[in-house]
Design a binder for this molecule. Structure first.
Ligand code: XIL
Length: 365
């Protein structure tokens, strides 16, 4: 049996079925050769196949405002993360008040749809509220206030938010402690402060898995060494840490071997690993004339596939989740922040599965 379906202007999909198996061959309508091998079950969704959580960064406005978005989240994902609504600047509205509206909404949404929540993020240099920064607290008052914040936030969602990025992006490129933000000016020993933040989170919810999260970890050996060193210090001091996240905002041109060897090095910590903000840029040169060609979509699919295969090769007790930073190309944060012509995610603007989705799916065991 053969069917032909035209998807947009780019592809003709030939579905073939022989001896019960199905395969899809993607053929560029201009005749260029191009092939994707597809799993026998073309209908299966990521969350159904994966043995670990498949997460998505989401925004309340999109969940409420676009029913297709919400349906896509429910169909493909088993975990959500707030793209920004659980950051400190959003929750800690003043010295005497919290704004729980969005975080409560997301936690209830996850519960109603049988998904888990990964909390992002308790401490991030980029998200201290202005009122807090302007107060110019000394280290003692600073830490006592942060301790109350962590206790209140983690405590409010005890048992409901199963994991937290306790601290995000402490290290600059190369591994030195980041200069931006206020922590380096307030604390003589920032790492000690971060370690105590993990303790405060553990005390507020002993069952929540606690992560340190950063970007370019598998590419930047200096940053990775600094992270491993921090983990060692935490262990020596008894500060609790369960896992490490590498954001994985990478490009289609990133060297595969570098990613894989960096990831293996990270795995040597024995901690849970989280691919925490995965998106794969295709317009790596930020070109206004960029065209997302068939060849580029295939390359992106192959990139997703090897990243997922690499993750699957971890010991089972180190697998936690792979989270994509967004749901559809339509709302990716990279459009605007990176370039208006960007297509980094698994679903296209119309919520159709891209070859990238199939690449991810094929990478799963
Ligand atoms: C980004 C969000 O995607 C944006 O919507 C927000 O305005 C800025 O932050 N590393 C992180 C994430 O840890 O929190 C960032 O998220 C992307 C980079």
């Amino acid at each position: 049996m053969k069917k032909q379906i035209i998807l947009g202007v780019l592809y003709v999909l030939l579905f073939t079925s022989c001896s019960g198996d199905e395969s899809i061959v993607l053929i560029n309508v201009d005749g260029a050769s191009n092939e994707v091998t597809v799993n026998p079950s073309t209908q299966i969704n990521l969350k159904e196949k994966a043995k670990f959580k498949i997460g998505a960064a989401v925004k309340v406005a999109d969940l409420q405002g676009d029913v297709n978005y919400s349906n896509a989240v429910r169909t493909h994902y088993s975990q959500i993360t707030a793209e920004y609504e659980m950051k400190m600047a959003n929750i800690w509205s003043s010295s005497t008040s919290y704004n729980w509206t969005s975080s409560d909404y997301l936690v209830n949404y996850a519960k109603n749809n049988n998904m888990e929540v990964h909390g992002h993020t308790l401490i991030w240099y980029n998200s201290f509220p202005d009122w807090f920064k302007n107060a110019k607290y000394d280290s003692i008052v600073f830490e006592s206030k942060v301790k109350i914040y962590i206790t209140d936030v983690v405590g409010r969602y005890k048992g409901k938010i199963k994991s937290w990025d306790v601290v995000n992006e402490v290290f600059a490129d190369g591994g030195a402690l980041r200069e931006e933000g206020i922590i380096k000016t307030v604390f003589k020993d920032p790492i000690g402060f971060y370690g105590r933040c993990f303790q405060y989170a553990r005390a507020a919810d002993p069952d929540a898995k606690l992560f340190y999260n950063d970007y370019s970890v598998v590419l930047d050996s200096g940053k990775r060494a600094a992270m491993k060193n921090m983990v060692k210090k935490f262990k020596a001091k008894g500060y609790p840490i369960d896992g490490l996240g590498d954001q994985f905002h990478y490009g289609n041109d990133t060297n595969k071997q570098t990613i894989i060897s960096g990831f293996l090095d990270l795995a040597s910590t024995g901690l849970l690993l989280h691919i925490s903000e995965l998106d794969i840029k295709v317009n790596v040169n930020k070109s206004d004339s960029y065209v997302f060609t068939d060849a580029e979509t295939q390359k992106q699919a192959a990139t997703y596939k090897y990243i997922v295969e690499m993750y699957e090769a971890l010991p089972v007790n180190q697998k936690f989740a792979i989270t994509t930073w967004g749901v559809t190309d339509k709302y990716t944060w990279l459009t605007g922040w990176w370039h208006p012509k960007e297509y980094p995610l698994l679903l296209d603007n119309n919520y159709n599965k891209k070859p990238a989705y199939q690449g991810f799916l094929n990478g799963l065991k």
